[in-house]
Ligand binder design. Structure first.
Ligand code: HEM
Length: 402
């Protein structure tokens, strides 16, 4: 990959993953969006990249997989190309068409809105069980460990066919994989361990396919998916399936607690719940920036010509707070007209699990708020700890009382 030389707008230390006051993109990021739209930054991979910040530009780049490729190898990696290719097997975010299309087609039927509706009663039950357990245990409780994390974890475990009893083990590894402040080799060891764990489950499903998603993939696509493909698909679904939604539930609850009028609307008016989830997705934008892309050809973004072979990253929090997208973008307003937010991404890599995540959030938020109408944080605001170094933004914990 060539390194760009002409860089009038270089902000190497731009903290893509940081927030101001817990929720807002840092002012530098908003300034990058207002001033240049595209600027050069250092990435956690040690390489420089072009950072795209405006909503229309990010949407356009996500919509153009031919120019902005996902199928590239990390620079400065000490893996051989063969090892890197092996690690990428089955990971939808590491492929371009036609391989991406082939894999995604096998999974799409499992995530339709209709299929999700069938899951609904079980999700309601899981949510209620956890709320009952919180009530029985009594205040204060940590909303993250008692509710936000276990609910989506149990859902994805049941859906995929992963034993929930193994949660401590795989959640610890997921935390390591996503923590960009840790050394690369530590994170890679965690990835390899996660794949080894998943491979065992895949081999079990191959020997005796059950009724879960792994069993379905083996039965219906076993002839076209090799063990490493299945392992990669299942590893991605397990990680994406619990780490994201849990952060939305934790951080979303805190956001609502800080906006009591809007919290009351979500609690009391079922019509408000779906729009509230979309507005929280926009306002929180918990995925700081998805997978970096690499340009396959020279391309112009926000008036700048980017050569072929350059790494391009994008800031979803900046794009979703773009005044060109919505009026008063920094205000959380669940009553606003639907926006075209890209909190789930856009284009061919648009979040596969969005229907599941939406259903979980639409069930969990009102159920929590109705179960505990007096819900409040149990520690002072300035003691609440955010996880700012992760790819996915969230809370370390959220002590609550009621
Ligand atoms: C992709 C966000 C929940 C599975 C993505 C992308 C975003 C995203 C931004 C695109 C990344 C990119 O283009 O680089 C979220 C958020 C979630 C959530 C905010 C929760 C609120 C889930 C769940 C699952 C899931 C529950 C699975 C059960 C995936 C997969 C992809 C993806 C497999 C890759 C799709 C592809 O490459 O074709 N997600 N996600 N996500 N997500 Fe989600």
């Amino acid at each position: 990959m060539s390194s760009a030389t002409d860089s009038p707008a270089t902000t190497p230390a731009l903290p893509l993953h940081m927030r101001r006051n817990g929720f807002d993109p840092v002012p530098d990021l908003a300034a990058a969006r207002e001033n240049d739209g595209v600027t050069q930054v250092a990435t956690p991979f040690g390489a420089r990249a072009w950072l795209v910040t405006r909503h229309a530009d990010v949407r356009a780049l996500l919509g153009d997989a031919e120019t902005f490729s996902n199928g590239w190898q990390r620079p400065n990696s000490d893996l051989s190309p063969e090892e890197a290719a092996e690690l990428r097997r089955g990971n939808l975010l590491g492929y371009d068409p036609p391989e991406h299309t082939r894999l995604r087609k096998m999974l799409t039927p499992e995530f339709t809105v209709r299929r999700m509706r069938r899951l609904e009663p079980r999700i309601v039950e899981i949510v209620d069980q956890h709320l009952d357990a919180m009530r029985r245990a009594g205040a204060p409780r940590d909303l993250v460990t008692d509710f936000a994390l276990p609910v989506p974890s149990l859902v994805i475990c049941e859906l995929l066919g992963v034993p929930y009893a193994d949660r401590d083990e795989f959640q610890t590894r997921t935390g390591t994989i996503l923590d960009t402040s840790l050394p690369e080799d530590v994170r890679r060891q965690a990835s390899l361990a996660q794949r080894a764990y998943m491979r065992e489950l895949v081999e079990r499903a191959q020997a005796d396919p059950g009724e879960d998603m792994l069993g379905m993939l083996v039965r219906e696509h076993g002839h076209e998916l090799e063990t490493p493909d299945l392992t990669g698909i299942a590893s991605l679904l397990l990680l994406a399936g619990h780490e994201t939604t849990s952060n939305m539930l934790g951080l979303g609850t805190l956001a609502l607690l800080r906006h009591p009028d809007q919290l009351a609307l979500v609690r009391d008016d079922p019509e408000r719940v779906a729009p509230a989830v979309e507005e929280l997705m926009r306002w929180l934008s918990i995925v700081h920036s998805g997978t970096p892309r690499v340009t396959t050809t020279e391309v112009e973004i926000a008036g700048r010509v980017i050569p072929a072979g350059e790494m391009v990253v994008f800031a979803l929090p900046a794009a979703n707070r773009d005044p060109e997208l919505v009026d008063d973008p920094d205000a959380l307003d669940i009553t606003r007209k639907p926006t075209n937010h890209i909190g789930f991404g856009h284009g061919i890599h648009h979040c596969l699990g969005a229907p599941l995540a939406r259903m979980e959030m639409r069930i969990a938020f009102p159920a929590l708020l109705r179960a505990f109408p007096e819900l409040r944080t149990a520690i002072p605001d300035d003691e609440i700890e955010f996880r700012s170094y992760h790819f996915v933004y969230g809370l370390k914990s959220l002590p609550v009382a009621w």
